[in-house]
Design a protein around this ligand. Structure first.
Ligand code: ADP
Ligand code: MG
Length: 249
């Protein structure tokens, strides 16, 4: 299954969720490919692959075979295609390319059969990179931070999903909304969750990821949370989320 993590807001937990959900699915025996499609390359750093070559950028340019851009991570069965700051330029370079929305889909078509899950991490915008992710994916996971403005950008994201469906990828589904950085002490966080569940019902994953400092420390060690601190509440939450993903089939 090809999943894109999308939300044009930055800092909502897209990268953290792609890495740690992927790590637990791999720990549970699934073959998982992480695709870093954000020029900031935070996902690459989070699994110790920043600076490894070739990256998705060389693949999109036709300068490297995708199989050579797949690198190992510290977790068994979890592999990564890293990103690079040069991907920023892809926004401009791709403007005149015919079929530019399909480049990632085309690249992944050669390798996706080798994996149970392909997770695409996208940048905090709704530009050509995120559109490529939405075109390549079967389903979208939307991380949402439990705060007052969480819903503000959501309608724009959902209308982008609709537009991609109409023009490029009719079978694209909303796989679910994932609440991140939940602070159970604030009434607001509870209200935001209630509100979103009211709107989206079963689309919302029941597992809520709490705010946990260990999750924010792990990337600087290049380790997913299952290796960095498996006893932490952040680790237990992502493990539970992985179980929920598996049980949803
Ligand atoms: P995005 O990819 O949407 O920009 P990130 O996953 O990079 O968001 O998260 C933004 C920041 O918040 C990062 O520094 C990350 O380590 C931290 N973070 C993410 N999830 C949590 C959490 N549950 N608890 C504490 N810090 C978190
Ligand atoms: Mg990110």
């Amino acid at each position: 299954m090809v999943v894109v993590f999308a939300n044009q807001k930055g800092g909502v937990g897209k990268t953290t969720t792609a890495v740690n959900l992927g790590a637990y699915l791999a720990e549970m025996g699934k073959r998982v490919l992480l695709v870093d499609f954000d020029p900031q390359a935070n996902l690459s750093s989070s699994v110790g692959a920043r600076g490894k070559l070739p990256t998705i950028y060389e693949v999109l340019r036709g300068d490297a075979e995708i199989s050579r851009a797949i690198h190992a991570t510290p977790v068994d069965r979890l592999e990564v295609i890293p990103s690079t700051i040069h991907l920023t330029g892809a926004n401009v370079e791709l403007v005149d390319v015919e079929g530019r929305e399909f480049l990632l889909k085309k690249a992944l078509s050669e390798v996706k059969a080798s994996y149970d899950y392909v997770f695409i991490d996208s940048p905090p915008s709704l530009g050509v990179l995120t559109v490529n992710g939405l075109v390549a994916a079967e389903t979208v996971y939307i991380p949402l931070q439990c705060e007052y403005f969480a819903l503000e950008g959501l309608s724009l994201l959902l209308s982008t999903v609709d537009r991609v469906r109409q023009r490029f990828n009719p079978s694209l589904t909303i796989g679910g909304i994932i609440f991140t950085m939940f602070d159970s002490r604030t009434r607001l966080a509870h209200e935001v969750v209630e509100n979103v569940v009211g709107h989206f019902g079963r689309k919302v994953f029941r597992t809520i990821i709490p705010r946990n400092v260990r999750l924010s420390e792990a990337p600087s060690h290049g380790l997913p949370i299952n290796l960095y601190d498996p006893g932490s509440i952040g680790a237990k939450s992502y493990k539970k989320l992985a179980e929920e993903v598996l049980s949803r089939g």
